[in-house]
Design a protein around this ligand. Sequence first.
Ligand code: BDP
Length: 659
Amino acid sequence: MSLPVPVPPEGVDPAWLPSAAFRAVGGRRTLIRGSDPLVETVHGEVAEACRRFGGRVVRAASDGPYDLVLGLGADGLGEEGFAVARSGGTTTVTASGGRGLLYGLFHVVRLGEAAFRGDWAPETHRPAHALRMLDHWDNVAVHPVMGQVERGYAGGSLFWEDGRARGELGRVRTYGRLLAACGVNAVCVNNVNVHAAEARLLTDRIGEVADLADALRPYGVRTHLSVSFAAPIVLGGLPTADPLDVSVRDWWAGATRRVYEAIPDFGGYVVKADSEGQPGPFAYGRSHADGANLLAAALEPHGGTVHWRAFVYDHRQDWRDRTTDRARAAYDHFVPLDGEFAANAVLQVKHGPMDFQVREPVSPLIGAMPSTRPAVEVQATQEYTGQQRHVCWLGPMWSEVLRFRPEQDLCVGELARGGLVAVSNAGDDPFWTGHPLAQANLYTFGRLAWRPDAEPRAVLDEWIALTFPDAPAPLADGLHAVLDGSWRTYEKYTAPLGVGWMVQPGHHYGPSVDGYEYSPWGTYHFADRDGVGVDRSAATGTGYAGQYAKPWSELYESRDTCPDELLLFFHHVPYGHVLKSGKTVIQHIYDTHFEGVQEVEEARRVWAGLADLVGQGRHARVAERYEEQLRSAREWRDQINSYFFRKSGVPDERGRRIY
Ligand code: BDP
């Protein structure tokens, strides 16, 4: 029985699968073979395409030949791989499992007419990683400070509202469909900061999670849950959550067994422990490995995985003490534990050592624990990159991270054996992501998680083609122009040369150069009248540069070899220090801040020129956000430039006005 395609609720953007994207698949004769729940999803998709564009879909070969044959039967492609070939006028997609067939169908949709032209040799496609997950920082109850979705800029949660499940499962199914179309196969449905209402999802409220899992399953998306390390106390009434205590271990085993009774394909737990106030094993003198292994043991009989986050640092530092360095923390905490984590425990590491700044070096932890499975976490929600009011397409940044080689042989994209994870940027906004163009980040994440060495600009063009399937060339070019390069534009008008932060404390939107400078969070720039930047060298600084393997440790150690874009992350330099670009640091700051604003002005102009080519609602939403982006970019430029002008006393060599 074919499964009907979920239709987004009235007024909600179909995002990157408008029906027109299926034109090439509809209007054909298609044969679908095999029996599996996800084959019914595939059938539903093709049937809907045929309903719109003509064509016919059958389940048993009778009146061939067919233009398209989608079938189970291939061996050795894994649960998610597929093979495609075309000969004698038939395009054939074969897979070993239903998910693979679904991904194969979306591959054909992406190819469009090209999928039905000429003959081509068989190709096989397999995801680089078994886990491609979105973490939702969604609160069940509205948090007094963080709201419904922590760091969410796309309205409310798709899953929760005012303390209860929203129950809009049709929309959740549509979301699952979008995720499958870019290759995401797992969703963690609640915030890593687990408050009281969220904690109970694990126990008496598991039914609400099971409803979400049922809605996501037809598109091959598994459900995961963030849990509190203190659950045995707060939910189980035990006096302790000590990971080595037998009653605690029994409690987790029982709770987990009941989770699997409700959700047989449950993915596992995500845990933020001993971090920013969340409970963890330190309270009992135990290590993170002890903590992670407790949950791994509970999940193991059911095939589940624990994602233990490595975002652990002291958030109550003495800012006057220059010897402590937050950047060092994850490595210092976790490297000594290599080899101690259970096989089904994954260490989930943020891509940089600090916290999703617009520019950071790659975390030295990735690659430094050969006996531990790392997952690499990026942030699609634009907490520090313009909060979905600014256009900031992160594909190139993520691609740089994934291609980085901590050592000679393997790159991050290969080392992330525990999978790739993004903090989701989606919510109940009609455009899913607040800023309609921020959908490109969600899509790009999924595709890079599937294939970390994919060319991000090609992925961007895929997103454009699927979202605007009938786009005339000026629209496709215009969309590409305003998105490609937008990350570097954002970098130009915000904190310079990798130093990061300089944001308004708390909500993290807009400039405040010294906002965090004298606070305990460990995020400093150390600007004075002579220079700026953090000395993280081994010779004279915090020693962080020494956490890298060669050649990176040597390259970052010296200000002469450190890449310009990371100079102030690794070194405190005088304003007159000459960069590899030939400019002084101070002149670079002035120039990039003027350029960044000009680039936003130019993007706004390009967007205005597309008014007749995109739907009015979408055009107006983006246009309005460009006004805010420009206002904010000017504010950044003026605050950063005047701050450094006043500190240094060095005038702009081009004589521009600095306030
Ligand atoms: C930071 C956010 C905070 C998150 C934290 C995390 O500001 O809201 O809880 O990361 O990743 O970026 O746990």
